[in-house]
Each structure stands twice: as C-alpha cells, then as structure tokens.
Design a protein around this ligand. Structure first.
Ligand code: MN
Length: 332
C-alpha cells in the first residue's frame, strides 16, 4: 500500500543558527528557559544528533523511508518555526527556508512535498509569502505552530492569511507548540506536562475551538485545517462540545460547533500510534478525514506503519487514510 506521511519535519542550517543566536542573545533567564522548552531538540545533550536528523533530507532519510515502506513525506519546518523571532527576522527567514525546502523537493519530487513556513507576526507578509510559496515554489499548503506571542489566529488581524489560504485552496496545518505564556504556569512544575504528554494537545484543541467559536469558518467556509495526534482529542469530545455550547455561541454560528470540525478539519495520525483513538476518529470523523502521518524524526516510522497495518478497518479506508485523502487534499 502506498503511504504518504504528512507531518514530517526538517530544519535548515540557517534556522538552527538563528535559534542558537536567539538562545545566546541577551534574553532574560526566564525567556531563555521558555525558548529551550519550546525547542526541545535544541537541548545541549544530544543536540547534534537531533539536529542532524532534522537537517538530513538526503540518502539517510530516504533509506529509512524505503525500509519502513513510506513513499512520500510532506515536510514542514520543525516547531516552533519562525514564530519565536521578531517580525522582520521571521519573514526574511521564512522565505529562505521555503526556498531551501523547494530545492530539496525538486531533487526528489516523488519522495517529498512541502508545507510553507510563514510568519504570522507580519500577517500581510505571511499571506504574500504563502502565495509565493504555493504559486512559485509548488508548496501544498502552510504550517503554523499554534500561538504567536500568545495570540491566536481568530484575531481579526490574521484574517488576511485565511483569505489567502481559501483563495489558493490549500490547507493550513496547525502544529503544536508549548501552551501560550498566559496558560503556562500550571504546566511548569512537573516536567513533561507542557509538551507532547498533554500541553500540545490542549494548545491546538483550544486554538481550533477558538477558530470555530469566532466564526472563522462562516467567514471562510472552504478553509481547510489539518491537526495532528489523531485530531488532538476532538473525536472523543465532539458530542460534549455540541451538548455544552452556550446559546451565546450557537446563535452566532451557522452550524453546530462539531460540524465545523467535521467539515473544515482533517486529523492526522502523527505521534498517536494506538488503535482506540484511531477507531474513535474513524467513527466520528470518517476515513475521509484522517491522514497518515508519523512526526519523523521525533517519532519512529515503524510503529505508525504497524498501527495502520493492524487497524480493523477496510482496505479501502486504509488506502484513503494512507494516501488517497492526502493526494486529493494536497494535490500530490
Ligand atoms: Mn510534529
């Protein structure tokens, strides 16, 4: 079976150097510590190995994909992306990163596709770069690592990004990062709670539900959002979301809150290689709304492939999840 993995990561030397410079700049100790938590691959112990795996888009990665039976990776810049820099630096860096990604995709067009990196700090610039990346570089959509300086995309100033996404008919991947600074306090005491163990999912599901509650999908009904980790718990929550939505919200929206999740969102299997949530997503969103993903190199390819092989669903639904849906959504 053909397999396309859609939340796979890379980094460029320039991006890593910019992060090192930011970490070593005059930031106060607390800000520096938060940046280290937000970019855990930059931890000093083992940094070289992790960064090496992220920067490798050559034979080593391709051999790994061959060995695991993965035909194609849809690549996005590792979180927290350019959102940790000032607007001018981030906008310039995003351009260079997209150019380098496009170069790698051109070298291996059947193995790699790309999601553009954009800098929401400059919403107009982000929309412009999105258009360039899609039209000139062949990118298949964009990736944003959730909040930017504690702000979410339902803020009206970001509408220009949604407008461009809808106009170009390409999806946005809302990828996790640490919860916003306003939310961080209760996660800090116990190491791990703020990230993949819990905080990432809280951050992206909150972000997604803010978009629903704000009416973004009534304003941009053809907008498509991809979220990872089997839908960041939404498949489990959908009924309660409708059941408890207050009239102040439902009276403003054209559809039930869950309907936007079903109509405008795609859930990927990244970093969630467990059958019960896959079955839940299959029951609630349907096979058409699930996309295969690994989260390489932060996760291993083998267990992701194994879960899909073992899934108690039809071969046709497996084909949809493993490649047909992503081929259609991303025009691969
Ligand atoms: Mn990821």
């Amino acid at each position: 079976m053909k397999r396309i993995a859609v939340e796979e990561h890379f980094a460029t030397r320039e991006y890593i150097d910019a992060l090192v410079a930011l970490l070593e700049s005059g930031k106060d100790a607390e800000a520096k510590q938060m940046l280290e938590r937000d970019a855990p691959f930059m931890r000093r112990d083992g940094r070289e190995k992790r960064v090496g795996a992220l920067m490798d888009l050559g034979e080593n990665r391709l051999q790994e994909l061959d060995a695991r039976g993965i035909d194609m990776q849809v690549l996005s810049l590792i979180s927290p992306g350019v959102q940790v820099f000032d607007a001018v630096t981030a906008t310039a860096l995003a351009k260079k990163i997209n150019n380098e990604l496009a170069e790698n995709v051109r070298k291996h067009p059947r193995r790699y596709a790309g999601l553009a990196c954009i800098a929401p700090q400059d919403p107009q610039g982000a929309a412009k770069e999105l258009e360039r990346a899609v039209k000139e570089l062949g990118m298949k959509g964009a990736s944003i690592n959730s909040h930017t300086n504690g702000e979410y995309l339902d803020n009206k100033k970001y509408a220009v990004i949604f407008e461009k996404l809808q106009q170009l008919d390409v999806p946005l991947y809302i990828h996790p990062r640490l919860p916003s600074p306003q939310m961080m306090q209760p996660y800090i005491e116990y190491q791990g709670l703020d990230s993949a163990m819990l905080g990432f999912s809280h951050e992206v599901s909150l972000h997604s539900l803010r978009l629903v509650a704000s009416g973004v999908f009534d304003a941009f009904p053809r907008l498509k959002i991809m979220i990872g980790h089997m839908g960041e718990a939404f498949p489990y929550w959908l009924w309660r979301i409708d059941n408890k939505a207050p009239a102040s919200m439902t009276s403003r929206l054209k559809k039930k809150p869950s309907q936007y999740i079903k109509d405008n969102f795609y859930a990927t299997t990244s970093g969630m290689f467990w059958l019960p949530p896959l079955i839940c997503a299959h029951m609630t969103l349907g096979a058409e709304r699930i996309l295969f993903a690994v989260d390489y190199p932060l996760e291993e390819n083998a267990p992701a492939v194994e879960m899909m092989n073992n899934a108690p669903i039809s071969d046709l639904d497996k084909e949809k999840i493993c490649h047909l849906n992503s081929e259609e959504l991303l025009r691969l």
